[in-house]
Design a protein around this ligand. Structure first.
Ligand SMILES: Nc1ncnc2c1ncn2[C@@H]1O[C@H](COP(=O)(O)OP(=O)(O)O)[C@@H](O)[C@H]1O
Ligand SMILES: [Mg+2]
Length: 235
């Protein structure tokens, strides 16, 4: 299977006061269609920055990122935002749901924002509600749901436009371990059954083990492209 993400000599510097701080330093790697990859590393090592660069939520200082074969920096802003909605689904630690919209409406938000016909997505919505196990909850508001259920709404929202890539930044960072494991099983199912490419940032080796590969980031570099999972237990 081909690469859906290709990163070459990626650099990101932030201006802090009058100092330039290098956060991502010459990172290169590829992720293939259908992989479930976890990005791990110490706090502040640049994991979120890297994920946001992959999703074009931030711009590289130097280097190249191709998503589905398209070089991000060559796209206009409009093309980038279309790509973000069509090709990529985002999931964040704090769900980012709209409090006064119900489950169904939150999931359909990307369709609505695209100005597309909601009725065309009805079948898709029903299927996704079934996958995330929220069919019975579709008319509930976020505050009526547990944290794990709210995160499942966010995952459903990330799937509604049928992107082939899901980017998740510490998706279980705010959940107890039981709900966290359920979310990880859901990602695994979406990866296996729907063939989605999943890239998650996580602190937990247990949740990284739901995927097939770990990218270990330290001080802005990838330390080891195929970390032996056992060896990480000592860190
Ligand atoms: N927009 C920004 N401006 C300045 N510094 C930033 C910005 N975003 C992140 N940083 C800095 O970059 C470093 C890496 O941040 P981040 O990617 O969030 O790390 P991680 O997700 O691995 O904990 C941190 O030192 C953080 O303070
Ligand atoms: Mg982070």
């Amino acid at each position: 299977m081909g690469a859906v993400i290709e990163v070459e000599h990626l650099w990101k510097t932030f201006q802090l006061g009058n100092q330039e701080v290098e956060i991502i330093k010459d990172i290169s790697f590829q992720i293939n269609q259908g992989e479930f990859v976890s990005i791990m590393g110490p706090s502040g090592s640049g994991k979120s920055t890297l994920l946001y660069l992959l999703g074009s939520l931030d711009k590289p200082t130097k280097g190249s990122i191709k998503v589905n074969g398209m070089e991000i920096s060559m796209m206009h802003d409009k093309q980038q935002s279309i790509m973000r909605r069509k090709d990529i689904g985002f999931v964040f630690q704090f769900y980012n749901l709209i409090p006064n919209l119900n489950v169904k409406e939150n999931i359909m938000l990307p369709v609505l924002l695209d100005g597309k016909k909601l009725s065309a997505y009805k079948k898709n919505l029903d299927e996704i509600l079934e996958i995330v196990g929220l069919t019975e909850r579709k008319n509930h508001l976020p505050r009526e749901l547990s944290g794990g259920q709210q995160q499942r709404v966010a995952i459903a929202r990330a799937l509604i436009n049928e992107p082939n890539i899901i980017l998740a930044d510490e998706p279980i960072g705010n959940l107890d371990s039981k709900s966290g494991n359920e979310i990880m099983k859901l990602f695994q199912r979406i990866n296996k059954e729907k063939g989605k490419t999943i890239i998650q940032v996580t602190h937990s080796l247990e949740s990284a083990n739901y995927g097939q590969r770990i990218l270990y980031v330290k001080d802005g570099s990838i330390q080891n492209k195929e970390v032996n999972k056992e060896s990480l237990n000592v860190i």
